[in-house]
Design a protein around this ligand. Structure first.
Ligand code: PLP
Length: 402
């Protein structure tokens, strides 16, 4: 009798399955089809659902409901903020009431591509952008940050938790430094919301981005916190929705799904946090004990509870991923296949590890459905896969050399 292959999903930082309660809430809301902008009853019903959801979401991060803008994704939230400070955006919205012409942006070398590429686009349009480096654990260099800040700095954008290595930044301290220099502060909290406690008032952030699909909510819906009174300029124009701050008919179902996902986080996150810390330790210990020549990336303690990034010397990350996939295990690599070349992760490179080591890295991200049995299965399969990939890699290196 053939044995059913175990399926182990360890890619929760890429996306998460819909929480059963989220599915239930979204299914129940499907009948509310009205356009939330319409004045008739179906429209008013949809509007009420959205405004109730906004309250739930706002209170979770200690914001006011009117400080939450629904957007299509975490990427859109981040693009919106970075683009606020483009020269064109500033001109269009007559934001030069800022008095000093602050046009420069500071961000870090380890941001998600949606921040880095938006910043690069700003650079092409003439905005000065500085990229702050990180230490070997992925913590940003505060000295570099202080040195880069000036009275020309408009915005500083630093992610709260890194998607590849899980390192959590000291956002309160960073925001204090940024505020002292008179600039606005944005944090990409896509990997942090619902995983670590967040209070926007305590952190004193001006803008904060998040996304539903990282916390067991639906894809295609995100939110941007915009502190009352700070500069804002719509990224998507042509409608009065979201008080004129984001055009486009609202994604009612997605918004309901996001609010339900947040409600479930309130109930489940702290227990899940403790469980994931234990499971991650088991995974890390198992790898250390069974597989030689490994190195763990990211901060040893200031790290997302479910994220483990590990480098295996003499093995290619993509090969490891594919062999694990054949065993029913889903993980990810930081590398990106771009125009035929295999780029190592910009995050790992920023932490100073050699290219070869970055190429041999995989990220395993655990979540609410991960079990002890899953972890033990992964350790056993990983041990065999690494042995196999190292053998193949040494044969092909010898063949190339010879
Ligand atoms: C840190 C971080 N920022 C932004 C994003 C983009 O979010 P979304 O997939 O909702 O566009 C991701 C997604 O992986 C992320 O991990």
């Amino acid at each position: 009798m053939s044995q059913q292959k175990r399926k182990v999903y360890l890619d929760y930082n890429a996306t998460t399955p819909l929480h059963p309660e989220v599915q239930k809430a979204m299914r129940a809301a499907m009948k509310y089809f009205g356009n939330p902008s319409s004045l008739h009853e179906p429209g008013r019903q949809a509007r009420k659902l959205i405004e109730d959801a906004r309250k739930t979401i706002a209170s979770f991060i200690n914001a006011a409901p009117e400080e939450i803008i629904f957007v299509g994704s975490g990427s859109e939230a981040n693009n919106t903020v970075i683009n606020l400070f483009s020269c064109a955006g500033l001109r269009t919205c007559e934001m030069l009431s800022l008095k000093t012409v602050r046009k420069e942006i500071i961000t870090t070398k380890i941001e998600h591509p949606c921040v880095l590429e938006s910043a690069a686009c700003m650079e092409e349009q003439g905005t000065k952008v500085s990229y702050i480096g990180v230490d070997k654990y992925g913590k940003i260099d505060m000295h570099q940050l202080k040195a880069a800040l000036s009275n020309a700095t408009a915005l500083v954008s630093v992610m709260m938790a890194n998607n590849e290595i899980g390192t959590i930044q000291d956002i309160k301290e960073i925001s204090r430094i940024v505020k002292k220099a008179g600039a606005f502060f944005h944090t990409d909290a896509v990997q942090a919301v619902g995983k670590i406690p967040i209070d926007v008032r305590e952190l004193e952030v001006d803008y904060l981005s998040f996304s539903a699909h990282k916390i067991y909510g639906p894809k295609g819906i995100g939110a941007l916190y915009v502190r009352k009174g700070v500069v804002f300029c719509p990224f998507i124009r042509g409608g009065h929705q979201e008080k004129g701050r984001r055009a486009g008919t609202e994604n009612t179902l997605g918004i309901i799904g996001l609010a339900k996902a947040i409600e479930m986080r309130k109930i489940e996150a702290s227990e899940e946090f403790k469980r994931l810390v234990r499971l991650k330790k088991r995974l890390k210990d198992g790898i250390e004990k069974n597989i030689p020549d490994t190195k763990f990336n990211g901060h040893p303690t200031d790290c997302l509870p479910g994220t483990l990034n590990v480098s295996f010397s003499g093995a290619e990350g993509e090969a490891i991923l594919l062999y694990l996939d054949m065993e029913g295990i889903a993980v990810s690599t930081g590398s990106a296949c771009a125009s035929g070349s295999l780029d190592p992760s910009h995050v790992l490179i920023a932490t100073g590890i050699p290219q070869e080591q970055a190429h041999g890295s995989i990220r395993m991200s655990l979540g609410r459905d991960t079990t002890v049995e899953d972890i033990d299965y992964v350790i056993e399969k990983l041990r065999r896969v690494i042995k196999r990939v190292r053998q193949i890699s040494s044969v092909s290196t010898k063949a190339k050399d010879g």
